[in-house]
Design a binder for this molecule. Structure first.
Ligand code: GMT
Length: 380
């Protein structure tokens, strides 16, 4: 099939998932056209069957706000014709779904058909999309897409509860590529970080308020008081400098290292013992799944779709949002003995296997074929 993918190019979860999906589709022989305003972060090398089309947003003195949505719709029209797309898959509703539907209508006037699939990722529904300014457009876009998917059961429920939806929403969860995310032998690296065998805690995110990164530090300091350990903070974003300042002022500050954005996250996760994800809202928690695939148990909040990924008492523990005391207590429960830690690590990996890319990609391929009215060869 010839598949167009619209996504944000940044390190956010929706862009990461869209890029990994596109790369995997290309490996299966599909032709994939990424349409984005910048080269997607994980699309960093040449791959056969993969094309990248940049949306250039024209600046003009009259525009205080450059019309990204119009530029995107124009680009979609162009690429749909040039590449003869069978289907367009847009990731994150705002404004990708409405731009795609505008392009679809323009193409229809020329007698061309472009089926549009919208995947809802999280804050496009739980935070931003719900705002009165965006809600009518998000509702309309969902109802007029040819198919809609949500990345967790929780996000599907949230969408039905907060928007006026007539369209069925299919859950296709986030997935993990085990050929990349697996525990790697990096013992020398572990020794360098914790020379005295201290346990290593880790957090990765885009440091937005919704991630409650200050709770990560609060939890870490409590654990560190009882059991000396280290904390690695991966990623960057608006909250980072405030969190770094806060950390420096705390007694545990010298045990915390801010690594910034990292390409080879799986190598760092491979030396870690516990992942902390205290988010206010989280539709799925791809970062937690990446950790689990590298055999790292998870201490998290029970927000949104996290309980569908992190199983309480098995792969880690869930606490109410903001309950840092409970999170720290649970972390210590996991770290109390090597035997307990190993059992949690093993179960984390087992649970992650349920979200294997090789299984989940077939749901997307099936859906593309359905909306495009194509029959799949038996082997696919
Ligand atoms: O907050 C982020 O990590 C970025 C955000 C996005 O939409 O780009 O991620 C969302 O999509 C990810 C992939 O589907 C999910 O795993 C994250 O849980 C979700 N983030 C939130 O709901 C806050």
């Amino acid at each position: 099939m010839r598949i167009g993918i619209v996504c944000y190019p940044t390190f956010g979860g929706s862009g990461v998932l869209a890029t990994e999906l596109g790369k995997a589709l290309a490996v299966k022989g599909h032709e994939v056209h990424f349409i984005s305003y910048n080269q997607p972060a994980r699309l960093d090398f040449f791959t056969e069957n993969v094309f990248y089309h940049e949306v250039s947003i024209l600046k003009y003195p009259l525009f205080e706000y450059a019309p990204y949505e119009t530029a995107l719709a124009g680009k979609i029209v162009d690429i749909a014709k040039i590449a003869n797309l069978d289907v367009l898959h847009v990731h994150y509703a705002i404004p990708h779904a409405s731009a795609a539907l505008l392009a679809k209508m323009i193409l229809a006037e020329e007698g061309l058909s472009l089926p549009v699939i919208t995947t809802l990722h999280g804050t496009d529904i739980t935070l931003v999309g719900r705002e009165a300014t965006y809600e009518p457009v998000v509702s309309w876009s969902i109802n007029n897409s040819d198919a809609v998917t949500a990345v967790s059961e929780s996000l599907r429920r949230d969408t039905l509860e907060h928007f006026h939806i007539r369209k069925p929403i299919q859950v296709i969860t986030n997935f993990i590529d085990f050929s990349r995310f697996n525990k790697k032998p990096k013992e020398h690296f572990k020794k360098a970080i914790s020379p005295n065998g201290e346990k290593i805690l880790v957090h990765t995110s885009n440091f937005r308020k919704v991630k409650r990164v200050d709770d990560v530090i609060e939890v870490f300091c409590r654990v560190n008081q009882k059991m000396p350990c280290k904390l690695l903070m991966i990623g960057d974003g608006p909250e980072r400098s405030h969190i770094e300042k806060m950390t420096r002022e705390l007694a545990c500050g010298d045990k915390v290292t801010f690594l910034g954005k990292q390409e080879a996250v799986e190598e760092i996760l491979s030396v870690c013992d516990l992942f902390i994800l205290p988010s206010e809202t989280e539709s799925f928690g791809l970062a937690a799944l990446e950790a689990m695939a590298c055999e790292v148990p998870v201490i998290s909040s029970n927000a949104g779709g996290i309980p569908e990924v992190n199983i309480h008492g098995e792969t880690g523990y869930l606490s109410n949002v903001g309950d840092v005391e409970d999170m720290a207590m649970n972390a210590l429960k996991i770290l109390e003995s090597e035997e307990t830690l190993l059992a949690f690590k093993n179960r984390a990996l087992e649970q992650a296997r349920k979200f294997d890319l090789d299984i989940i990609i077939n749901d997307y391929i099936q859906l593309y074929a359905e909306v495009a009215g194509l029959k799949l060869p038996a082997a696919q």
